[in-house]
Write a new protein. Structure first.
Length: 208
């Protein structure tokens, strides 16, 4: 299994499209309108319309390739197919379309933010949003740093899983799935230790 992790998660892609020049607050507004409102309106035709709109925005405004705009990975396609099948059998197909189209619309329009916004700009926005909670003890900078670390660690872990599986397959061990655990665990712990040392060297792990 060799996957483009950045495409799967919607990693930042430098460019000069209209979406890249768009202010971050406007991107979040599009996420709210196109990705969130379908779950409140609860009309199958509205959810489908938002899905089409999200794809069109990614392709036309963000200048993504169709493959990049639509790629979500086989597991998510299977999950959405199961959700749709469940509602078709036990409730109504309209409700299935509402949930599946709504989820996909939310995912695709969120990709507009992650693919066209520099991570530093995203962190600045997060700090600004959390800043009003500072009197309650919140630390906006550390909160934003935590999200940034999560965003960089998830692709590493997914890539590590793919590398371990490829190495095992090359040695004829693809059926011994339990043997994957040890190298994946060691890689995850090593990555965490390296990240901790890097933060400590910059004084980000010390309390004031």
């Amino acid at each position: 299994m060799k996957a483009d992790v950045s495409t799967f998660l919607g990693g930042y892609r430098p460019g000069h499209s209209l979406a890249h020049r768009m202010p971050v607050w406007l991107k979040y507004l599009l996420v709210l309108v196109v990705g969130v409102t379908p779950f409140f309106v609860k009309k199958w035709w509205f959810s489908l319309s938002c899905l089409v709109m999200a794809i069109a925005i990614d392709v036309v405004v963000a200048k993504m390739s169709v493959r990049t705009a639509l790629s979500i990975g086989v597991p998510l396609w299977i999950a959405n197919a199961l959700i749709l099948a469940y509602h078709c059998v036990f409730t109504t197909w309209q409700r299935g379309v509402i949930y599946v189209a709504g989820l996909l619309a939310c995912l695709y329009i969120a990709r507009l933010v992650t693919c066209t916004t520099d991570p530093g700009a995203l962190m600045d926005v997060i700090v600004t949003m959390v800043h009003p909670l500072r009197p309650l003890g919140a630390k906006p900078e550390k909160f934003a740093l935590t999200l940034a670390l999560m965003w960089t660690t998830i692709p590493y872990l997914i890539g590590s899983v793919g590398q371990v599986r490829e190495a095992a397959r090359a040695r004829g061990l693809e059926r011994s799935s339990w043997r994957f655990l040890i190298p994946m665990f060691i890689g995850a712990v090593g990555h965490a230790l390296e990240m901790g040392e890097a933060l400590k060297a910059r004084g980000l792990g010390d309390e004031e």
